[in-house]
Design a protein. Structure first.
Length: 264
């Protein structure tokens, strides 16, 4: 069975794919972070890897090994870094990791690099690492281009209304909620236990952060909203919306391989 995941390729096959004009690599990024009692610690990494794989099949790209650790979970978007199971990188480490890995893939010959983010707090540090890597590669005479995105930003209004019929409160509060749980119910149903969902109102959060973190300010479930309304059907709506829209954006931004089927 052909694969888009480069860790499953031998070096010669990999080299042949990298050297084709329009070669494109998607780097999924996630976190190791608690997601309440009903889901595993690897949700952000699992979802970004799965979505990256589907987008890669649509556009003829390869997928790099996922970044399994992410930037510190923050109380207003991930429940907080103090929670058991949440194991994070600092900013410097994530910037360096992104810069080194992206720089290496560009040097090896990829024309297009896509960093597909699955953990809210990662974004600005991925931005810094990606910007540095591309800048350095330009100084070295290489012409690769790159894109950075968080997958949830591709959910359109129509899909939002279907998935959140009672109103949508924002992606930051979706930690362990309907978005991630619905996608997990579709992609990894055996890893979700809906009988353990704690049904509580959305977290009420201050518009500022305090240090040290105060565990009493976020729900003890570890989730920022309830996953009670999650379903695999909603997961399918979300997945289709995201993978179609991401693939369309990448097709419009990049010159991709003319015959994607050759990649598989
Ligand atoms: Zn998450
Ligand atoms: Mn997260």
């Amino acid at each position: 069975m052909p694969t888009v995941f480069l860790e499953e390729l031998d070096a010669e096959t990999y080299q042949q794919k990298v050297s084709q004009p329009g070669s494109t690599l998607i780097i999924p990024t996630g976190a190791t972070e608690q997601h309440g009692p009903h889901m595993p610690l690897g949700v952000d990494a699992m979802l970004s890897k799965a979505i990256s794989g589907m987008v890669a099949e649509k556009i003829g790209a390869l997928v790099a090994p996922v970044f399994s650790y992410g930037y510190k979970s923050q109380p207003r978007s991930g429940g907080g870094n103090h929670r058991v199971g949440t194991t994070s990188l600092g900013a410097t480490a994530l910037i360096s990791m992104t810069e080194d890995v992206v720089g290496s893939f560009i040097t090896q010959g990829f024309d297009n690099i896509v960093v597909l983010n699955g953990h809210f707090e990662n974004y600005q540090f991925l931005y810094e690492g990606l910007d540095n890597a591309v800048s350095h590669s330009r100084l070295a005479g290489l012409s690769a281009r790159a894109a950075l995105l968080s997958y949830w930003d591709f959910v359109d209004e129509t899909t939002l209304k279907k998935v959140f019929p009672d109103g949508f409160l924002g992606w930051d509060i979706e930690h362990g909620g309907v978005l991630e749980t619905s996608l997990m119910l579709l992609l990894h149903p055996e890893k979700v236990d809906m009988s353990r969902v704690i049904d509580h109102p959305p977290a009420t959060l201050t518009p500022y952060d305090i240090f040290p973190e105060d565990p009493a300010r976020t729900p003890s479930s570890g989730c920022l909203s309830s996953a009670k309304g999650a379903s695999a059907q909603s997961g399918q709506l979300l997945l289709d919306a995201v993978t179609d829209a991401v693939a369309d954006s990448l097709r419009s931004e990049f010159t991709l391989q003319t015959n994607p089927s050759e990649v598989n």
